[in-house]
Design a protein. Structure first.
Length: 94
């Protein structure tokens, strides 16, 4: 059954380059919509930048897309999250 969200249900992982190294995320899809984004690894990211960058997650969920603005002051870390989510979503497109 096709859904309007365009994403296949499940949990998908993605990785991208952040400020201090690789940022890995899991993206959960339910009923064709992004319901959760969890950072699973960001061991080399600066804690303060990462905390700020995590503000991009609600924006991604609201937009139902990784195509959102980065977080000012945490550009590299939020770009890492955004790009990792984009990679995960590519796997979720049926």
């Amino acid at each position: 059954e096709s859904n309007s969200g365009g994403y296949a249900d499940g949990t998908y992982s993605g990785e991208a380059q952040g400020f201090g190294g690789t940022v890995a995320v899991d993206v959960s899809i339910e009923a064709g919509k992004i319901t959760q984004v969890t950072i699973t690894s960001a061991e080399n990211e600066d804690g303060a930048y990462l905390t700020m960058a995590e503000e991009i997650i609600p924006a991604i969920i609201e937009a139902q897309s990784a195509d959102v603005d980065t977080i000012s002051g945490a550009t590299f870390s939020s770009t890492g999250i955004k790009d990792a989510v984009a990679q995960a979503l590519e796997k979720a497109v049926g």
